[in-house]
Design a protein. Sequence first.
Length: 272
Amino acid sequence: MVALSNPRTEAALVALAGALAEHRGGRLLAVHVVTVPDQTSLEKAAENRAKLDESSAELLSAAVDDAEGFDAPVATKTVLSHRGIEEVFDAARRNDADAVVMGYGGARFAGGRVEGSLDELARDLPCDFLVFDGDRLDVGEVLVPTAGGPSSDLSAEVALALREGVGANVSLLHVVDEGGEASGREFLAGWAEGHGLGDADLRVETGDVEAAIGRVGEGYDLVIVGATERGLLSRIVRGSLALEAVERLDTPVLLAERPSARSLRDRLFGGR
């Protein structure tokens, strides 16, 4: 599912979602969530449906056109809602989405309209989430920093999808302490092989992880960063993303978070 709100980012988001849908042998659902002011009832908003449908139709029609280059069936949907990021979550659940692609700006705006606990909402992701911080997508050279983990697995899958779908060249980055280069390269080579990226360019850097990503990432067209802990989406919508070096990158960044498996007991009693 690709959640659309801004015509400027539509093509980039559809390209990301289309490549992933084709890679997974799935379908693509383009959803335009029209956020209605709290003081306006949804019934009143629906009375102006003709005007809303016109702008929504333009956005979704562009999405269908941009998705034609991918081998995945496309459907579209417009949703009127008072809610923000919650509506995206609910739409993902209603449509049984395996992954959601959305824009960074849309996530930040939607975060201002959350009802209830954002932390609990973001800790219980319905599926994989990919948040793109950029307007245009150029995937000639893609960098994937990794230290292992489920969200890095998602980053690798997206990189593989972009390589298969649009011919991206993929490089992998692993950051180690001084003196750990040999073991770092061994880890990275094994990780690459295990994720179908054995022929990727391997880069091992030393020092601070964020600084290394910021330094190396400037030479690429896209950096795919997997969450190293839960709550990445929560920090994005709050405007408190911890990866300051990543936020300062001129290179577009795709932030990836894969839901962690939590037991019913964890969900009921707040286990971590």
